[in-house]
Design a protein around this ligand. Sequence first.
Ligand code: MF3
Ligand code: CO
Ligand code: CO
Length: 276
Amino acid sequence: MSITIKSGAEIDAMRVACRLASEVLDYLTPHIQPGITTNEIDRLALDYMVKVQGTVSATLNYQPPGHVPYPASLCTSVNDVVCHGIPNDTPLKSGDIVNLDVTIIKDGWYGDNSRMFLVGKPSIAASRLCQVTFDAMWKGIVKVKPGARLGDIGHAIQTFAENAGYSIVREYCGHGIGQRFHEDPQILHYGRPGTGLELVPGMIFTIEPMINLGRREIKEGRKGGQPYDGWTIVTKDRSLSAQWEHTILVTETGYEVLTLSAGSPALPDFVSATCT
Ligand code: MF3
Ligand code: CO
Ligand code: CO
């Protein structure tokens, strides 16, 4: 697989797909309250995509090699679930943290976006993990410009998260995206400055760090007695894990965050100062 450089019209199509992905999360936001189940969130998301947006869920029946088809229209990763949590009938409760990861297809183009939600009244520890993970994602985003290297992004995220006392999951990474869900290159959330692929205008990829409150190791998430669902990944030490994701365009002068919409959280202060 090779890296695709998007043209002007292709970038316009990605702007639309990515905004729509973000708008699914805007729509879901007021519903994320104690008592709602992740299956109910899944139903809300699917109805909004199909009936309001005219988009298609990219995750529903998604089946990369070696996997069973993913069975839901978004990923819902609660507390110690690192990623790819499958919606179920357990109600969210006050104090939970949940990542909602939405990927839609519009006119053949993919937009991929996730946010953390604090359910009810979160603990200080959980709030801080979500905030630091959000800021860590942005520490990576602001490194994006022509001539920068992928290692610059990974290093910025890793040092910020580790200085806060957290660990970076290594097994999952960001990815190129366009007319396919997962394209080259892989975007690691750790690394050394000045190393790795050099960025050029027209590249589009996600930055989506998974950051654990405890150790970085992960394992398959199994529910007592039941066979593995084929997707759910949890922290090995069962500590909390958080993730945020944006889809980013490399511009002539820097970056453009494509997965922004009216309900996106405000940018961190350090971004407002440097964003072009
Ligand atoms: N949206 C995820 C990503 O950011 C991928 C989810 S694949 C699924 O790359 F099958 F688990 F939905
Ligand atoms: Co992604
Ligand atoms: Co995603």
